[in-house]
Ligand binder design. Structure first.
Ligand code: GBH
Length: 441
């Protein structure tokens, strides 16, 4: 018989399983200067020459700011129980502080929540998906410790204004990427180099303060869940017979791997800060896409270099290969390493590039196989998996890759000014998977 990882598991998730799809404000909303919105670091970055492929920007993006009905219509077709979106901080607080609340901006989210409620779709709201108010970057952004309080104040506005209708909050999306690409390599906004550890330090503290605020001031009356979403690839040693590759794989998955990094100063948390940060999570929010192979390197990247196996099927993104086996393994790793927490997969998906083909068999293949591995993690390995989220609802602004890489279940025809959302074949397949709770037919 085939080993577990090569055959399909026939089974189902519990009835309470949360099926979702996701987006992020800067990637879909557009209306970058509408109704009092402030600028974000991505508005500036995308308007800087040579930062984004084809000089794309998200001034219009999918025009979701003006297309609530269209977005909710396609969500209904997917039969999702939940929709994950993010709030644009500078749309709500144009200068980043709560000195001035932009009611028109907040109103957009009220109307979106109304439409979701009418469609019986529950919101999952991310406070920060990378679009920092530019005004805060002018005083150092995530490098400046005062951002911890600015983020807490912003969270306070959202909890008090939207919290009666939102039962699932995500403070930060992928702080590792914010720190490493935004403040380390500088390939994402704000394009700063060599400051990743201080940025990471403040990101973690900001998250913890938002969690405590919710816990102390809002949980009793609002009763939602709040946590952080982190991303990780699974890793295998490039050669399983080389101890140095095996060691590099271990370092890759360990939090303390930055101790192997010698070229930057490492800020440390005080014992009080550690106490304050520990336990600030109601669930384990997790974004996952692919697997890498590890080997040792002397400098940079925490002493681990990564590559891919040339037999792995490619996608539209060079970093993303189709490796469903790694999904089950990393979910099991999370269970073992972190004491079997409730896990919500808050992103998982695949891209294509080039000519449009609505018959996206690579995406259907990806979702069927990854979701089946998640089912195995749940049924066979006992991972406490509570929800799954497909990235993404529709093709959108893919950060430094612009519109050249498309992750959507729906194709957005950018040559038609009405930006219609057109289902790819994978959209109906995802709807069937949801309807039978992952039981493959
Ligand atoms: C997610 O990050 C993001 O949360 C989401 O907004 C995004 O659309 C989605 O990925 C798809 O990319 O080209 O060398 O700069 C997943 C982690 C971080 C993986 C950035 C790709 C870019 C590598 N991603 N990374 S590079």
């Amino acid at each position: 018989p085939l080993p577990d990882d090569e055959k399909t598991l026939y089974g189902q998730f519990p009835k309470t399983f949360k099926w979702s799809t996701a987006s992020a404000a800067y990637q879909i909303e557009g209306s970058w200067r509408a109704h009092g919105k402030g600028l974000s670091i991505w508005d500036k970055f995308a308007h800087t020459p040579l930062r984004v492929s084809n000089s794309d920007n998200a001034d219009i993006a999918c025009d979701s700011y003006n297309k609530i009905d269209k977005d909710v219509e396609v969500l209904k077709r997917l039969k999702v129980s939940h929709y994950r979106f993010s709030v644009s901080w500078p749309r709500v607080l144009p200068d980043g502080t709560n000195n001035h609340i932009n009611e028109a901006g907040l109103n957009y989210y009220h109307r979106l929540l109304d439409a979701l409620e009418a469609a019986n779709i529950q919101p999952q709201v991310t406070l920060y998906h990378w679009d920092l108010p530019l005004a805060l970057q002018k005083v150092g952004g995530w490098e400046n410790e005062t951002i911890v309080h600015r983020f807490r104040d912003y969270a306070d506005v959202l909890f008090s204004r939207l919290g009666s209708r939102v039962k699932f909050w995500i403070t930060l999306n992928e702080p590792y990427i914010v720190a490493n690409l935004g403040y380390g390599y500088g390939t994402f906004a704000p394009g700063i180099v060599g400051k990743q550890y201080i940025a990471a330090h403040n990101l973690i503290k900001a998250h913890a303060e938002a969690w405590h605020l919710y816990n102390d001031k809002y949980r009793a009356t609002q009763g939602g869940l709040i946590s952080i979403t982190i991303n990780s690839d699974w890793v295998e040693p490039r050669s399983p017979y080389k101890q140095e590759d095996v060691d590099a794989a271990k370092r890759y998955l360990q939090v303390d791997r930055c101790k192997h990094q010698k070229s930057f100063p490492l800020p440390e948390f005080t014992p009080e800060e550690i106490k304050r940060i520990n336990g600030t999570h109601d669930y384990f929010g997790f974004n996952h896409y692919t697997t890498v192979l590890s080997f040792p390197v002397d400098l940079g990247n925490q002493g681990t270099g990564t590559t891919h196996d040339r037999t792995w099927i490619e996608s539209g993104s060079f970093w993303l290969k189709i490796t469903p086996f790694g999904f089950r393994k990393i979910l099991k790793f999370i269970k073992d390493e972190y004491g079997n927490p409730p896990v919500y997969v808050t992103e998982n998906g695949i891209s294509e590039r080039g000519a449009v083909d609505l018959n996206d068999i690579h995406r259907t293949h990806y979702y069927e196989n990854y979701i089946n591995q998640a089912l195995k993690a749940h049924v066979l390995d006992g991972v406490d998996l509570r929800g799954y989220t497909a990235w993404s609802l529709m093709d959108n602004f893919e950060w430094a890759a612009g519109y050249s890489e498309r992750f959507g279940l729906f194709f957005v025809n950018r040559s038609n000014p009405t930006l219609p959302r057109i289902p790819k074949n994978s959209a109906s397949r995802y709807a069937s998977i949801i309807t039978c709770n992952a039981h493959l037919l």
